[in-house]
Design a protein around this ligand. Structure first.
Ligand SMILES: [Zn+2]
Length: 368
């Protein structure tokens, strides 16, 4: 997302921060920093770790009334160009076929049922069995194609969480931002729902993807109990004024077999320690809370959810890592090019495979 949007700082108001689980206001100050997006008038912010719950909370934090100023329409990637372009590109048949093959080979979608052959139809040359063909592609062409497409990466790397029992699966993304994840999910057999605080974001997603959008906070949407197969918080939980309330609401609206997928920056990562206030995961003052693996497990438990899978994804982790180099050295383009290279990915791999990755992804299941 664009970091360039500068809100009117004078209109922002702040209040004392507190732990989102237990409400404590004291703790160890882990890092202090200013918000480049607020310009020279930025107050100094701190992230404080609650000694009880291990959650990091921002202090001072923007008040609920003024927080919307931090999300002007430009924040959603310049008038939603990526999502509009992506939907237009859907008409490219070659690309569509490649995407289809990749998703099918990873078991994410099924070939449409061909049905009985028509009587008198022409003879067609025999094709290699799909499984063999998929194996060949998976070891040769697909790794490259997936590596260069953020949409495919999202789907393929999260495939463990994306196999739905119900068809079409009901998927809700809380804080869908520029909508690219919902766009990726539109390739699967899904009925799409989303919440956002930006009316423009809701309008664009409803128009381009036919998603059922709600403008406001998750708990204001009044969804029915057990309505969804998957509720996603992709880099949104840390932006919410009350993440505990959001997780409890997610627990209420997922089906007993459903899951909640959470992706957040990991404040226990190696680069948070190395880059200090330059680590992009802090994003002063939009990130109100940060959760490492322990804090997230604790929050899940409080909400009646269980963290069944916790992972540290390579691609988005490397994105945060290179963005932090960016911020530290004042560079713009170089690290972005770098993160797409195989060598950078190989170097980052051991970090992602340990628990020190920059991004934490957890699948939470309901205990119903
Ligand atoms: Zn606490």
């Amino acid at each position: 997302m664009s970091q360039d949007a500068v809100p009117r700082t004078s209109a922002l108001t702040f209040e004392k921060g507190a732990c989102c689980i237990c409400g404590r206001e004291d703790g160890e100050v882990l890092v202090k920093g200013k918000a480049p997006t607020l310009g020279s008038n930025s107050p100094e912010f701190a992230f404080i770790r609650c000694p009880e719950c291990r959650v990091l909370f921002l202090d001072p934090r923007p008040t609920d009334e003024s927080i919307g100023l931090l999300y002007p329409d430009q924040y959603y990637s310049r008038d939603f160009q990526p999502i509009r372009q992506a939907v237009v590109q859907k008409s490219s048949r070659l690309k569509q076929r490649l995407q289809f093959r990749i998703l099918r080979s990873y078991g994410l979608i099924r070939e449409p049922d061909a049905g009985e052959p028509e009587r008198g139809s022409h003879w067609a040359p025999p094709r290699p069995p799909a499984a063999v063909w998929d194996l060949v592609c998976k070891t040769t062409v697909f790794p490259l194609a997936v590596r260069w497409s953020p949409l495919l990466q999202t789907l393929v790397y999260n495939r463990r969480f994306l196999r739905f029992r119900r068809k079409p699966a009901r998927v809700l993304e809380v804080g869908f931002g520029n909508g690219l994840l919902l766009y990726a999910l539109s390739h699967l057999d899904t009925e799409l729902f989303g919440t956002e605080i930006s009316p423009e974001a809701c309008k664009v997603l409803a128009e381009t993807l036919g998603a059922k959008t709600f403008c406001g906070q998750l708990w204001e949407a009044n969804y029915e109990d057990n309505q969804f197969d998957l509720v996603i918080f992709s880099h949104s939980l840390e932006h919410l004024a009350d993440p505990m309330r959001a997780l409890r609401e997610a627990q209420r609206i997922i089906s007993p077999q459903g899951s909640v997928l959470v992706s957040v920056p990991n404040p226990d990562s190696l680069s948070a320690r190395v880059f200090r206030e330059h680590w992009t995961g802090y994003d002063f003052p939009r990130h109100l809370f940060l959760f490492g693996p322990d804090a997230l497990r604790r929050m899940a438990q409080e909400a009646g959810l269980r963290a069944s899978v916790v992972r540290f994804p390579l691609e988005s982790g490397l994105y945060h890592f290179t963005q932090s180099i960016n911020s530290r050295l004042g560079l713009r383009l170089l690290p972005q090019v770098l993160r797409r290279t195989l060598i950078a990915q190989l170097l980052y791999l051991p970090i992602a495979m340990s628990t020190a990755g920059d991004v934490l992804t957890a699948s939470l299941s309901a205990e119903k």
